[in-house]
Ligand binder design. Structure first.
Ligand code: S3P
Length: 190
């Protein structure tokens, strides 16, 4: 059931598996793109925490890192996560490092399902090299990606309600898989 749109069927409010969902995962796994498309398909709003941080600080993320350091950025992140918990009818796309704080993982998991997107390091490297990411501004970003992925894997696993690969796939196929898995998750809830 639903309205037909260019990107496929758009669910009616009564037919949506969830009205709040967060996306997490490493840089370059497609959280913003997939999150936006998912929000269109589910007729939900879309919030990207990085963009909110830029708006409330009136600064670019790279400038926050450069001028104030990572911890200040992480504090902004936690504040924005808290604000997102109060929203409804929304898909929330988080930054790649958001779930490294246990507090953030608990906040997100306490609010609703968290979809963790993943991709292999080569894909991540190709997707991130054109856009500025302060943590990848190093001599060998591919090695840095491997190191960070390894260091973060446990946090992504801990926060994941469900996991979906974005490697070599059309975004619409990824969105379909997320919706299907959210439906399955929903019926398993007490
Ligand atoms: C970061 C990921 C970025 C952004 C910041 C830090 C990280 O978001 O929040 O540069 O620690 O992985 P994306 O995952 O949207 O690139």
């Amino acid at each position: 059931m639903g309205l037909v749109t260019m990107s496929g069927k758009r669910y009616l409010p009564s037919d949506r598996p969830v009205t709040w969902v967060a996306l997490a995962g490493f840089m370059g796994t497609g959280k913003s793109r997939i999150g936006w498309e998912l929000s269109r398909r589910l007729s939900l709003n879309f919030v990207d925490t990085d963009r909110v941080i830029e708006r409330i600080s009136c600064m670019r993320i790279s400038d926050i890192f450069e001028l104030y350091g990572e911890e200040v950025f992480r504090d902004f992140e936690t504040e924005v996560v808290r604000r997102c918990l109060k929203l409804d009818e929304v898909v929330v796309s988080t930054g790649g490092g958001t779930v490294m704080r246990e507090e953030n993982r608990n906040l997100l998991r306490g609010r609703g399902p968290v979809v963790v997107l993943f991709a292999n390091p080569k894909t991540i490297y190709h997707r991130t090299r054109r856009h500025k990411r302060p943590l990848l501004e190093v001599g060998d970003p591919e090695v840095r990606i491997q190191q960070l992925l390894q260091a973060r894997q446990a946090a992504y696993d801990a926060v994941a309600t469900l996991r979906v690969s974005t490697d070599h796939r059309d975004s619409s196929a990824v969105v379909e898989e997320i919706i299907m898995k959210l439906r399955t998750w929903k019926v398993q809830q007490p």
